[in-house]
Unconditional design. Structure first.
Length: 435
């Protein structure tokens, strides 16, 4: 399918509700007002308005050359596309905490619309006030940012790396929460920044596993859903109130390879948080891949004798299961939905990993933290927009080709089309006033 056909299809889908909302968010009026509301611009006569700054970071920088990402390159873009003439020093002065706040707010508004498309497709309702999904993605940066975002000492040997934590509610239209930290920041520290809300469920991956946080969460009247971290204390309680470690060997010997369900166990050596446990078998190839990964990790460890420990038979058995724990009962969270929720979280995680490969954050000119974070949010916005638009184009195009044909366009091709079809424009209210 040629570019003319794709452009024709892209034009036909601009009436879709999702893109209609994006048009409002990306309107010149809305972006300029948001810039004023957040203190990025202070007066209507400001040379660089919110819409200019947004366009610079979303339309120009993501696919620009290294030279065009420089301050001079950005000044040239503002002059060529917006008639704004600035010295490099004047543009540099605009990279402030308020500029970061503006770009972050734009990203959160667009992410909110993106997530709402997923939420609208969930075929169920729950007696929950909210379902908070939390995860993170780490990406390498240019070495000169190592003072701000030091890298890890692992196999990547990256001098600079940052971690983006994203957290959003899948059951409401609340704005997502985005936090950027050094890659060395432990995911568990995220809980120190969270106030648990009664009636909310918190879903996160193993990096955030913390029995202490789960106890606090449980006491607050909230719920958690997590994969079980192998090696964490897990107990049964007898009639006399005494705790006994769960015997996985015995349990798996009885039930393997079927799913296993324990309605009441206690997690945490000290915390003893009451929850239910579910073990779900995975395909054999997944099991073997996990065993191979565990063996590779064990080779990096050494015993007192200087030898690498071996992966135990029990560990290998557990590699054959996804193991979940939750303090929500069956009525609040049916077992079938545990798989649905985690499937959804894995899809979103995969999306972030795909975007990570497109960031190009390890090839940047020297810049301070505020300029970098504005650049990062601009990259994220571009990738969200072009991914959404790419999926819509491909779905629409599939109606016009043979069943066996594959429709595929790149993220950047989608972004170029989107730039043509959704330039900053007047809002609905402004168009109505003109009408």
């Amino acid at each position: 399918m040629d570019s003319q056909a794709i452009n024709k299809i892209s034009t036909s889908i601009l009436g879709k509700p999702y893109l209609g909302v994006l048009q409002e968010i990306l309107s010149t009026t809305h972006l300029d007002q948001l810039g004023k509301d957040l203190g990025f611009t202070h007066r209507s006569t400001a040379k660089v308005r919110g819409s200019h700054f947004f366009d610079l970071h979303v339309s120009h920088l993501p696919n620009a050359s290294l030279a065009d990402r420089s301050l001079q390159g950005m000044c040239d873009y503002l002059w060529e596309h917006h008639g704004v003439q600035l010295l490099r020093s004047s543009l540099d002065d605009r990279f402030t905490p308020k500029a970061v706040s503006f770009m972050k707010s734009c990203f959160e508004l667009i992410l909110e619309q993106f997530i709402s498309q997923i939420t609208a497709q969930l075929p169920f309702s729950l007696g929950l006030r909210g379902l908070i999904l939390t995860d993170s993605v780490v990406f390498r940066l240019a070495d000169q940012l190592s003072d701000i975002y030091p890298g890890t000492q692992g196999r990547s040997k990256s001098k600079a790396a940052a971690k983006l934590h994203y957290s959003f509610d899948l059951l409401s239209s609340k704005a997502p929460q985005i936090t950027i930290t050094s890659s060395t920041d432990n995911d568990v520290n995220h809980w120190k920044r969270v106030s648990f809300e009664p009636g909310y469920m918190y879903l996160q991956d193993l990096g955030y596993f913390s029995t202490n946080a789960y106890k606090t969460l449980d006491q607050a009247g909230a719920y958690f859903l997590s994969r079980y971290k192998t090696g964490t204390g897990l107990y049964n309680q007898d009639a006399q109130g005494k705790y006994h470690p769960v015997d996985f060997e015995e349990m798996l010997g009885k039930h393997q390879p079927a799913s296993t369900y324990l309605p009441e166990v206690f997690v945490g050596k000290r915390e003893k948080v009451k929850c239910r446990l579910l073990l779900s078998p995975v395909p054999e190839d997944v099991k073997q891949a996990r065993i191979k990964k565990a063996e590779a990790q064990y080779k990096t460890r050494k015993t007192k004798e200087g030898k690498s420990p071996k992966v135990s038979d029990l560990k290998k058995k557990l590699c054959g299961y996804n193991i979940y724990i939750t303090n929500a009962d069956e009525q609040k969270l049916p077992t079938s939905l545990i798989f649905a929720f985690y499937s959804l979280s894995w899809q979103i995680e995969l999306l972030f990993k795909v975007w990570k490969s497109l960031f190009g954050l390890d090839n940047l000119p020297k810049m301070d933290i505020y300029r970098f974070e504005c650049y990062l949010y601009g990259q994220l916005i571009s990738l969200f927009l072009c991914t959404s638009f790419k999926d819509i184009i491909q779905a629409e195009a599939a109606q016009y080709v043979e069943e066996d044909d594959i429709i595929e366009i790149s993220h950047w091709k989608a972004l170029r089309i989107l730039k043509k079809k959704l330039p900053p424009q007047k809002s609905t209210s402004e168009r109505n006033q003109e009408g």
